[in-house]
Design a protein around this ligand. Structure first.
Ligand code: NAP
Length: 311
């Protein structure tokens, strides 16, 4: 079997177009959704993520504000900024770009964002509502995974979904979102015994581990759907080993080299190995990644509606 490759770039674009139309309609009603993105410090990857989010807002007609704070910002200073944004009528969504510098109390920051503006879905109230099966703002990446499955018409009801990873950002909310869609869900993690065997039980296997190429054909039942959430940058000495283990990375490597970029991006799934047995698979890049920003935009519009009781 050769898996169908799911085009996350196309799906992300489709969702952004839908959001653009929704924003136009809201504007006609006198509502302009607004997003504030908070960046603390000068982590280059975070700078790129925030820039992309702001640019996408601009493209879709969402008001946006980027707030940059110095890398030595204290928890109290960040809390003060968040409290002002909580009260700001122009702002519907507050995004705090993670990771935060070490000196900052991250749980205190996530708790400070008012749940109504928590477009990352990380506030304990939103996480709790998700666990209780109530309507809430939910984390963008796992919500994007469900959106992919829905748009690809992959049936979830009664299916066995196995999620590898139990982080608060991806694994846990992913499991609850799949449960809401009536899948039977198994959550695996670093202490799971007989992991390949458990994964082989899956109709839908979601990998959110942070280990390049970890999931191979051995973990996949023939015909299963495999969703790769992982994003790993491989450079330097590890590059040749990665290319040998997963020849599908070669084309990307050549393209990147031509652009003077000496790295490849890969997921948690060995694409070459798994695509030979799965029925459908998301690639990296171009799979789950593009959904994250699209769902952030969707959450911002949802937050704008909810705040004005216009769901
Ligand atoms: P994380 O917080 O590091 O969590 C990783 C999870 O994987 C943990 O629950 C860990 O188990 C589990 N794990 C680690 N090694 C394992 C092993 N050998 N066997 C089974 N489970 C193992 O990472 P995360 O934030 O959830 O992110 C996961 C991946 O998704 C990363 O590659 C990240 O870059 C990517 N990501 C992508 C997007 C996107 O936009 N596409 C967004 C967010 C994250 P324990 O809990 O037992 O330690």
């Amino acid at each position: 079997m050769t898996a169908r490759i799911i085009d996350g770039t196309r799906i992300g674009k489709e969702i952004r177009e839908e959001v653009r139309i929704e924003v136009q309609e809201l504007k006609r009603q006198g509502v302009q959704p607004g997003l504030a993105a908070l960046l603390v410090g000068d982590n280059p990857a975070s700078q790129v993520y925030v820039r992309n989010k702001i640019r996408t807002c601009e493209n879709l007609g969402i008001y946006s504000r980027e707030l940059r704070l110095a890398s030595d910002t204290t928890t109290q200073e960040l809390l003060t900024t968040i409290e002002a944004l909580n009260r700001d009528e122009a702002i519907d969504g507050i995004l705090v770009q993670l990771p935060l510098p070490r000196q900052i109390d991250e749980p205190a920051i996530l708790l400070a964002v008012t749940p109504q503006k928590d477009v990352d879905g990380l506030h304990p109230i939103n996480a709790g509502n998700l666990a209780l099966g109530r309507k809430s703002l939910t984390p963008c990446t796992p919500t994007g995974v469900v959106e992919i499955l829905r748009r690809e018409k992959i049936s979830l009801e009664g299916s066995h979904a196995v999620v590898v990873g139990r982080s608060n950002l991806v694994g846990k909310p992913q499991a609850f979102l799949l449960l809401q869609e009536h899948a039977t869900v198994t959550i695996c993690h670093s202490r799971t015994r007989h992991l390949p065997q458990v994964c082989r039980e899956a109709d839908i296997l979601v990998a959110a581990i942070g280990k390049p190429g970890f999931i191979t054909a051995e973990f996949v039942r023939p015909g299963a759907v495999v969703i790769d959430v992982g994003i790993n940058k491989i450079a330097g000495e590890s590059l040749s080993g990665a290319l040998e283990a997963d020849p599908s990375l070669r084309a990307q490597c050549e393209k990147n080299r031509a652009e003077n970029k000496d790295y490849v991006l890969t997921g948690d799934v060995n694409f070459s190995s798994v695509a030979a047995v799965a029925s459908a698979i998301t690639p990296v890049p171009g799979g789950v990644g593009p959904l994250t920003i699209a769902m952030l935009m969707k959450n911002t519009v949802q937050a704008a509606r909810l705040r004005r009781r216009n769901p």
